[in-house]
Design a binder for this molecule. Structure first.
Ligand code: URA
Length: 207
């Protein structure tokens, strides 16, 4: 079990702690940690996998090619990047952009959980399988994408990672249609209280 973190009172304090974090081996290889950025009271929060080369260089999330596509998708639904919050499962770049190791994701998790608490977004968009499985461990992205889910009083929307759509062009249309759900989720009434039983519930509003 990773050591507990202090309860950060705001996002700036949390970001400072991330920049000096040594909770896992990724601290040794990073140029910059990437705490995340955006509106502290964003209605929509995006969660990606972890920084790549450009993010590590700049200390900012999604600033490379996948970030450019993410910006286009955000603007395509009438939002601006500065109105949302963008974070990652991992705050430091894994070597050669390999997948996050489970102990790295675990060590970083308290930062992400506290960011979610502080921002308290209406919709959390999970970009790709690592962000999805960090929240719904058994889910498969190809089946889960485009279907909003509720858990712990929050609404999650899993979608493909933008980098996947850079490799497979047909996924761009899938991403665009999944992003089109975001304004509907923002407009809609907050879903009623969850049933006590199922751990997660797929919202039926979109079939
Ligand atoms: N991919 C991610 O998952 N996160 C970033 O910040 C950049 C690329």
């Amino acid at each position: 079990m990773a050591e507990a973190l202090p309860t950060f009172s705001d996002l700036a304090e949390l970001a400072e702690a991330v920049k000096g974090c040594t909770r896992c081996r990724l601290a040794q290889g990073r140029t910059n940690a990437v705490p995340g950025e955006g509106a502290p009271d964003a209605a929509v929060m995006f969660i990606g996998e972890g920084p790549g080369y450009h993010e590590d260089q700049q200390g900012r999330p999604f600033v490379g090619a996948a970030g450019q596509l993410l910006d286009e998708l955000i603007e395509g639904i009438g939002l601006r990047r500065r109105e949302v919050f963008i974070a990652n499962v991992l705050k430091c770049r894994p070597p050669e952009n390999r997948d996050p190791a489970p102990d790295e994701a675990e060590a970083c998790r308290p930062y992400l959980d506290r960011q979610i608490e502080l921002i308290d977004p209406k919709v959390i968009v999970l970009l790709g399988r690592h962000a999805l499985q960090a929240h719904f461990s058994d889910a498969q992205i190809s089946r889960a994408r485009g279907v909003p889910r509720r858990r712990d009083g929050r609404t999650f929307l899993p979608v493909y990672h933008p980098a996947a759509a850079l490799r497979q062009l047909r996924l761009r249309d899938v991403l665009r249609s999944d992003f089109a759900l975001i304004p509907k989720l923002l407009e809609g009434p907050a879903p009623a209280a969850e049933p006590a039983e199922p751990e997660s519930q797929q919202l039926s509003m979109f079939g």
